[in-house]
Ligand binder design. Structure first.
Ligand code: UT7
Length: 305
């Protein structure tokens, strides 16, 4: 079956946390954060704004669209059950379709796209909604300068639809479980879960897998470069290090992280929505999305917009 992304929307919370703000919270400088990460500011949800609220705000404009299934990628749902997906359907009075969450941390959205494609290939579904949402701020130790400067909150959503047009769609997924302890949440004495990361190890893994996944995509495109690449928005130096091996113009790469930070499962759909709104992507473009995260999970989707 041929599929394409027919709809895209996103939501960012109102509060902007700048690097300057962070200098009043931890021992850091604006220069260090920009130089080592490329991030200048990020959006932070209100304490009362839940992961479900973020997702609902993103999905709201698409709630009237016909869908056959809903997949929500998140690691930060407030409750173990019921899942966020069923709550979105209920709150927005959407059709009573199969709805479930997946947790592949920052790689979740790309995994969700691969499931959507496989469902449509099965012939059972024609339109699958995929949401990526995370409220990282709830799982950040705001006294830990190693992590608190990196993350933000947000949500993004697409609808993947069956099409009669001949369209490229390929995916590549994996899990290097040997490194699962290098990025995780840890419980403190009060039972709250905080993000714990071996930044250097994750950086290297991300660059290694990123390079392989770009090479695979170029092979799939018979030696041609994708028209636009959206990497998981974790660190500008990771992105630049991956693309340094390839001759890819900077305007063909998303740097949404500059004003969004790392929004985990939301980072790729947020960057996609931004690229569409800024007209960086046009119909027919071959878009490569590359994600990595806890697990150590990695994955890519190459699709024609
Ligand atoms: O979606 C999750 C995926 N996560 C990632 O992709 C993160 C991958 N890792 C990274 O992006 C980078 O490793 C970090 C941004 C987390 C850290 O950058 P780095 O260049 O690897 O710094 P480092 O950990 O090697 O630390 C260098 C120095 C250290 O000081 P000393 O020991 O050399 O004196 C750190 O304590 O920078 C210090 N440092 C800071 N200084 C100012 C660490 N964080 C900060 C900070 N402000 N916020």
């Amino acid at each position: 079956m041929n599929v394409k992304i027919t709809h895209c929307a996103s939501y960012l919370p109102k509060t902007i946390l700048t690097n300057k703000d962070l200098t009043t919270m931890v021992d850091t400088t604006e220069e260090w954060i920009v130089k080592r990460t490329g991030i200048k500011s990020r959006y932070i949800a209100d304490p009362s704004e839940t992961v479900l609220d973020l997702a609902i705000n993103a999905v709201d404009s698409l709630k009237g669209e016909a869908i056959d299934a809903l997949i929500v990628a998140t690691y930060s749902a407030e409750e173990r059950m019921p899942n966020i997906a069923s709550k979105i359907l209920n709150k927005l009075n959407m059709p009573k379709v199969p709805a479930f969450d997946i947790n592949v941390a920052c790689s979740g959205f790309v995994y969700g796209l691969s499931i959507a494609k496989t469902y449509i290939d099965s012939g059972k579904f024609e339109r699958v909604m995929v949401v990526g949402v995370d409220k990282n701020s709830k799982h950040i130790d705001w006294t830990d300068r190693n992590t608190c400067c990196l993350f933000g909150d947000g949500a993004g959503v697409v609808i993947v639809s069956k099409t009669d047009d001949n369209k490229v769609f390929d995916f590549d997924l994996g899990c290097d479980c040997e490194f699962s302890d290098d990025l995780k949440t840890e419980k403190n004495a009060f039972g709250d879960e905080y993000l714990d990361m071996n930044g250097k190890k994750v950086f290297k893994l991300a660059v290694n897998y990123g390079e392989k996944l770009v090479k695979n995509a170029i092979d799939t495109l018979n030696g041609n470069l994708p028209d636009y690449i959206i990497f998981h928005q974790a660190n500008k130096r990771i992105i630049d290090s991956i693309v340094s091996d390839f001759d890819i113009p900077k305007d063909k790469i998303s740097y949404a992280l500059e004003h969004q930070g790392n929004t985990s499962a939301a980072s790729i759909p947020l960057a996609l929505d931004l690229a569409i709104k800024e007209s960086s992507i046009k119909p027919g473009d071959k878009i490569l999305m590359i994600a990595f995260g806890a697990g150590f999970s990695w994955g890519s989707v190459l699709l024609e917009y």
